[in-house]
Design a protein around this ligand. Structure first.
Ligand code: SF4
Length: 204
């Protein structure tokens, strides 16, 4: 299930995310470092930048730390995997209508980018994934992952999605003994969602 609130973290400096993970790792109790995170959020004007109320911010913050921490914990094993797949969210496409030339295969189910727009985030991410040897799927929803994993023997998965979907996907991977790495959306919604391409490049 996606979040019940909207967020746009694209203006939040990456140093905020790095600071969060460091703080959580140092204390090994990120769900209990409320005061430190509150101060950091205040200092960097997270509420002003995102428009989120502080409890939503905290939910996001906890999820972001969980995701980063899990990435770090699984990193070494993930790097040993050979057959890998990249799952991208269809809502990050430049166009959500017929102007998007992606081919949709309902049997998979997945979109396949036709590279119609050089400035489309999915175009760039697809090219990056393929360049690094990944199979790339542009998914209409998180429930498709199950079907794709059933039909293919992937050892490693990189997923781009909102924090909540990443957590659910993480559970699925864990139950299937597949190693995963995650990149969270820095702007959610039904369309024009965003993720950091540089972060994706570092994960792949
Ligand atoms: S570049 Fe790919 S995903 Fe983006 S609008 Fe074109 S076909 Fe769709």
């Amino acid at each position: 299930m996606p979040y019940k609130f909207s967020f746009d973290l694209s203006r939040v400096p990456q140093s905020f995310f790095r600071g969060l993970v460091k703080a959580a790792y140092k204390k090994n109790m990120h769900r209990r470092i409320g005061r430190g995170v509150r101060q950091l959020a205040g200092k960097l004007k997270i509420r002003e930048l995102t428009g989120l109320n502080i409890s939503d911010v905290f939910m996001l913050v906890e999820d972001l730390v969980d995701i980063h921490a899990k990435n770090l914990l699984d990193r070494e094993k993930f790097l040993k995997t050979r057959k890998r797949v990249l799952f991208l969210p269809h809502c990050s496409r430049k166009y959500m209508d017929s102007r998007c030339r992606a081919h949709f295969d309902p049997k998979v189910p997945s979109y396949y980018c036709a590279h119609c727009s050089p400035d489309c985030l999915i175009n760039k991410a697809t090219a990056l994934g393929e360049e690094r040897g990944y199979d790339v799927y542009v998914l209409p929803g998180g429930t498709c992952i199950h079907q794709i994993l059933e039909k293919n023997s992937y050892e490693g998965v990189v997923g781009v999605a909102c924090g909540q979907e990443l957590k659910e996907g993480g559970e699925l991977l864990k139950n299937n003994n597949i190693l995963g790495q995650a990149v969270f959306l820095i702007k959610n919604g039904c369309a024009n969602t965003k993720f950091n391409l540089k972060s994706l490049g570092e994960i792949l």
